[in-house]
Design a protein. Structure first.
Length: 267
């Protein structure tokens, strides 16, 4: 994870939050995890961020903070063209594959790119039974040492003989599992647990949606029978109405009393 983060910083100077969310998606797709974007404030995000920072520092310390490294791909193409091996059917592709495989080894920090390219060509030509010039030695033309070229070829052979998991460790905890040979089993278990968790969350969300739709339908059916013309009065409105009725009755009784006492009497 640290190596991916450093490469992303050098090639794509994006916002850190975008980079920290993009790399986990790539990892989840490679491992078969559910592709759920992590929240920028949850524990998973901060855990991945911390592991990424630790990985970056480990890689940078071992590189002595020298990230301007020349890769041997361009030299390999030029060397194949100089040795007239581009017309061969298998040698160019096989040498290119060897250079890619060496990215999983410490060879790139131990040898110069010229030596790495010569080692890949040496082993590819030997595999395809293609003879190369020895007088003068072809590797000497490219400023490479014979012993170093053989060491690079041995590193490729050792990598092919070793059973390497296609899943690379991304944290110190996974690195320990990788050394113990139980990383594949751990990833398979994590894949099952994450899928089961996602299925449970989706089922719960679907159930909540159905309940909400059912409640909404019941409320609508109840409001259909409401007569909006008879709007219920508030407590203050009821109090004011009662006060007006009381005053009206008092006024009516006083008028009837005054009329009774002041009846017309003819002279």
């Amino acid at each position: 994870m640290g190596r991916l983060s450093i490469d992303a910083k050098l090639r794509m100077p994006l916002d850190p939050s975008i980079r920290h969310n993009t790399l986990p998606i790539v990892v989840k797709r490679d491992r078969g995890y559910p592709e759920v974007v992590t929240d920028g404030y949850d524990s998973e995000y901060y855990e991945l961020k911390n592991e990424m920072v630790i990985g970056e520092m480990q890689v940078l310390r071992r590189l002595a903070f020298n990230v301007q490294v020349e890769l041997p791909y361009g030299l390999l193409a030029n060397y194949l063209r100089s040795l007239e091996l581009t017309d061969q059917e298998r040698v160019p592709q096989l040498a290119w594959n060897y250079v890619n495989d060496l990215l999983r080894t410490p060879v790139y920090v131990c040898f110069q790119p010229e030596t790495i390219a010569c080692g890949a060509i040496f082993l590819a030509a030997r595999e395809c039974s293609v003879g190369l010039s020895t007088s003068p030695p072809w590797w000497a033309v490219f400023d490479a040492n014979a012993e170093d070229v053989v060491q690079v070829a041995k590193a490729i052979r050792a990598l092919q003989a070793r059973k390497v998991s296609h899943i690379m460790p991304l944290s110190t905890r996974e690195l320990k599992m990788y050394g113990e040979g139980v990383l594949d089993k751990h990833i398979a278990q994590m894949r099952r647990e994450m899928r089961d968790k996602l299925d449970a969350e989706l089922a719960f969300a679907s159930q909540e949606k159905n309940v909400d739709e059912g409640d909404g339908g019941g409320k609508r059916s109840q409001t259909e029978h409401v007569d909006y013309g008879t709007r219920p009065k508030s407590r203050r409105g009821v109090r004011d109405s009662a006060s007006r009725d009381h005053n009206r009755r008092r006024h009516t009784s006083s008028r009837s009393r005054d009329t009774r006492h002041s009846s017309y009497r003819p002279h």
